[in-house]
Design a protein around this ligand. Sequence first.
Ligand SMILES: *Cc1c(COP(=O)(O)O)cnc(C)c1O
Length: 842
Amino acid sequence: MKLKRIFIQNQLPKELEPLNRLSHNIWWSWNFDAQELFNSIDPDRFVKLNYNPVALMETLDPIRMQELAKDKAFLKKLKSVEKQFDAYLAEPMKKGPKLAYFSMEYGLHISLKLYSGGLGVLAGDYLKEASDSNVNLFGVGLLYRYGYFNQGLSMNGDQIHHYPAQKFTQLPVEPVRNADGNWLKVSVPIQGRIVRAKVWKLPIGRINLYLLDTDHEDNSQEDRALTHMLYGGDNEHRLKQEILLGIGGVRAIEAMGLEPEVYHLNEGHAAFLSIERLKNHVGDGMSFNEAVEAVRASSLYTTHTPVPAGHDHFPEHMLREYLYHYAGELGIDWYDFVALGRLNPDDSGEDFNMSKLSIRLSQRVNGVSKLHGEVSREMFTSLYPGYTAEEVHIGYVTNSVHYPTWIANEIHDLYSTQFGKDWVRDQSNKDIWRKIHNIDDKKLFDVRHKLKVRLLDYVREKLEADMRRRGESPRVTFDILSKINNDALVLGFARRFATYKRATLLFQNEERLRELVNQEGRPVIFLFAGKAHPADQGGQDLIRHIIHISKKPEFAGKVIFLEDYNMEMAKLLTQGVDIWLNTPTRPLEASGTSGMKAALNGSVNFSVLDGWWAEGYRPDAGWALPLERTYEDQHLQNELDAETIYRIMEEEIVPTYFDRDKNGISKTWMSYVKQIIAEVAPTFTMKRMMDDYYERFYFPLGKSQKAASKSNWKPAKEFAAWKQDVLTTWGGIEVVESKTHDTVNHALPLGEPFVAEITLDTNGIDPRKLLLEACFYERLGEDEIKLRRKEVFELKKSKGSRATWSISLDPRLAGVYEYGFRLRPNHPMMPHAQDLNLVFWA
Ligand SMILES: *Cc1c(COP(=O)(O)O)cnc(C)c1O
C-alpha cells in the first residue's frame, strides 16, 4: 500500500471563525472571559480534552456548531472576547533591546506538553508577562512529541510512566514559512549527519515562541526521536538535544531574520547557542577572541541549580564526537575548545560543563533568589582565584509567577472591587494590595472557603476515579472519601519529587502526626502531589511511602496523594489550600514558585527559610523553619525539622485556625491571610521580575552590545586585543618597591592612619587601566576568610612602565586582620572586576 497524509480541517461557519483565531493564541489561557467562552461550548468535552480549545474546535459536532452559529448570547460573548484580544494586540511595544530567550522547557498550559516542572513553568510565565508588558522578546525551544510523562500509580504506589503523543494539528502552533512559502527547516550537524528541524511558531499574546521539531520524514528514526521526550534518554541524548536547541535555535533565528541584540540563557541547557554565535562572528571575519567579546557583551546566563551535580556535563570524548569540527571553524584547537567548559583545562579527566561554558561566554550571570545568588557566588568562587565569594560578579533576580495565570477568578473579582481600575498593570505596587484591609474578613473567608470546597470536590472525584482504576477495594475508597471534611484545615505539598525536597519529612513521627490530624473538632488534611523523574528511584520511593501511609485507617482522608501533578492541579491546589508547605533541605531550593502562587490567592505559607521564602517570610504572614542548619548529619536535621513542624502545627497553626468567633471565622487567621496578600504577594508577581531583569541585566546588556558593536564591532575588537595584550604581559608584572608598616612586629595604634606606597613595573600595561586595592580580611577558619574592607589606591605617578600608587586610610576597626594589595585589570568596557580574570598580589 502506498498511503499519503492529508489533514482535513474542520470548517467553521463564518460567524464562528474568530474562535479559530482565538484558539490559536495561548492568550486565551490567561483571559477569564476567553476561558469561559470555550468552556461554554461543551464543558464536559473541554475538560476531557485537557482544556484544549484547538482540539475542541477541531472535533466539534456539526450540529452543535450550527447551534452556536445561531446563539445570539454566545455570539455576543465571542465578539466581546475578540474585541479584548484585538485591543490587547494593538498596544505598541515598549522600548528596549530585542531579546531572544532560550529554554529547554516551557510550562504554558496543561494542553501543551512542553514542561516538566518549576523551570518550565517559570519560563512559560515569563513569556506571558513579556507579552503583557509589551516587551521586545521572543522565545526559542523544542516541540516535543511526547514531552514529559503523565504519571499513573499502581495499587502499591509504584509510579507508572505514560507518554501519550501530542497531535500537533491540535496545538496552537503553525509552521514558519520561508520566502518561497515552504516550511522553514534548519540543518543541524549531529555526528556528521545533517538533522533537519522544522520551525514552528506558537503565539503567546503579542510575542512568539519558536519551536524546533525533528520528528518528520527528513530524518532517521534515531534523529526523529531527538524531540520526542523532555529529559528522557541518557546523557548523550541530552547532549544532542542541547546541540539542537542551541545551534538549531540560532540557525532558526537567522533564517527568520530576527536579529536579537541580547540572548538570555535560561539554564545551561541552551549554552551551545553561544558556540554557534561565535562561529557566525568568526565567519564574518572576526578572530576567535574578538568573537568572544561580541558574544559576551550580549549574553545573560541564569543559573537555577544550587547543586553542582545538577549542572549538565559531558565527557570530553563524547563532546569530541559531536563538536570537534567547531574548533576548526572557530579557528582554535580542540584543547582551547574544551577549555571553554572546564575549570582546569589541563585536567583531561574533567568533564565539559555547560555552566562553565555559559559563564565563560556570558557577560552577566544571575541566580534566581537573593539567597541563591549568594549560594551561586560560593559555588563558582573557584572560577575566580583572588576573590572571595561575596566579590564574585554573579547577581540575582528572584523568580515570580504570572498573576493572571495563577489567580482564582473569584479572588481576582474580590480584589478588583477595591484595588481600582486596571490595577493589574501595576501589580507589583504594594500600596494597591494593601487595600485588601478594606475587604471584610467574612467576605474574604467565604471566597477562600468556596475555593477550598472546589478543591476538595475535585480531590474526591479524582481519588474515586484513580482508586477504581488501580483496583482498590470499594470499601477502602469509600472510607477515605467519607472522611474528607470540607471544614478541615488543608495543607498542600506539591512539586517535583526530588529527594532534596523531603516530601516525607512529615512522617518522621507517625504517632505525632496521627494525633495532629485526628483532634476532635479540628480536622487537618495534608494533600500531596508530584512526579519523580523516571530514573529517580529515591523520589519514587517517597511516593510509595506516602501512598502506604494514606491507606492506613488513621490517615484515611487525612493524608492524600493525588496522581499526575500538572499546571491545572497546581492552580486548584494553590488556590484552595489554607497552607502551602515546603520543606527542602537547605539551601538547595534555588527559589521555588508554587508558594508564590499560593500567596497571590491568600494561602498562607509554612516553609523552610530557603529560596524565595527567605525574602517573602514575615512573622505576621506565615510560618518558617529556620535557615541555619543545626546538625551536619542530615538524619538528625530531618528529625529536628519534623519536630519543629509538629510543634508549630500543634501550638500555633491549628489553634489559630480553629479559634472561631461568632461568625465562624478566626480573626487572627484572617490577619495572616491579609498580610500575605498585602505584604508578600506583590513582590512575587512577574511584573516585578520582568522589571528587575530589565534594570539589572537587559538594559546594561543592551548598552554594552550597542557600545561593542559600533563601526562593525570595532570597540569589541579593540577590547579583545587589549585583553590579549594584558594576558600575555601579566606574568611579567613586578614589585619595584613596597613601603608600608612593619605589621609583623608592631601593632598599629587605633587612630593612626594605615599608609602604603607601592611601585610596580607594569610590564608595558597602561597603569591607568589597572586598579590596585588594599583588601582586609578576617580569618574565620583555616580555609575561610571574609573580606571586611576594600579600598582603592591612588595612582600617584607613572613613567613608562613604572607606576606608583599610594593609600592612606583610617583603620576604623580594631582587631586582627589579614591584608593584601591586589592589582587587577580595569578597562572602561569591563562590566565587572572578573571580566578579565587576572589578579596580581603586590
Ligand atoms: C509551579 C509549579 C511547579 C514549581 O513548584 P516549586 O514550588 O518551584 O517546586 C512545578 N510543577 C508545576 C506543575 C507547577 O505548576
